[in-house]
Design a binder for this molecule. Structure first.
Ligand SMILES: Cc1cc2nc3c(=O)[nH]c(=O)nc-3n(C[C@H](O)[C@H](O)[C@H](O)COP(=O)(O)O)c2cc1C
Length: 163
């Protein structure tokens, strides 16, 4: 089933940027999940949410109201990685396509619990006597932050949409 709208949840702006880019490329209207009253129950949507401890923020809420045609999780991880973990965390049926897309991290826009969790993650990783290659990479990415948004990261989801 083809989506007739894009719905997203973003905390610091990277997911919003991808939703906007996808809207431009596909011609689909773009809505923030918090404004979902504008869309009818059961509308087939492409859902985008930012990754939070392998969960896709807002997915559960979106799935209650809409027909989810595919899910994009925007995180710090490399595009196309962490798929099994994310699918499990949100109990996404195998039949629903899932894409992970690298967004970024802006420490100046993190507040409250989110800021605390990131600081704890950094502290925990730094305190380890030995770190795996993946942990080393994650520590570097989380500490450094940065904007990794690019059109290339949307190639897989756009290929799915054009099918
Ligand atoms: C508390 C917290 C937990 C996060 N957990 C993950 C994660 O499990 N996997 C991941 O790849 N990125 C994780 N991230 C990184 C965000 O998903 C990333 O910064 C994303 O681009 C934010 O999108 P936004 O700007 O739309 O809010 C986490 C960030 C925060 C603040």
């Amino acid at each position: 089933m083809k989506p007739s709208a894009i719905v997203y949840t973003s905390n610091t702006g990277y997911t919003a940027e991808y939703a906007r880019m996808l809207g431009e490329k596909t011609g689909l209207p773009v809505y923030e999940l918090s404004n979902m009253d504008e869309l009818k129950k059961g509308t087939p949507i492409l859902y985008l949410g930012w990754l939070f401890a392998s969960n896709v923020k807002g997915y559960k809420k979106a799935a209650k109201k809409f027909q989810i045609t595919a899910v994009c999780g925007v995180g710090l991880c490399d595009t196309g990685t962490m798929l099994a973990e994310v699918r499990k965390a949100i109990s996404l049926p195998e039949s629903t396509p899932l894409f992970t897309i690298q967004g970024g991290m802006d420490h100046s826009k993190l507040h409250g619990i989110n800021k605390m969790m990131i600081n704890m993650l950094i502290k925990g990783l730094k305190a380890k006597a030995e770190r795996s290659e993946d942990e080393e990479r994650m520590l570097s990415l989380v500490q450094k932050g940065g904007n990794y948004v690019s059109e290339e990261n949307l190639a897989a989801v756009l290929a799915w949409h054009q099918k």
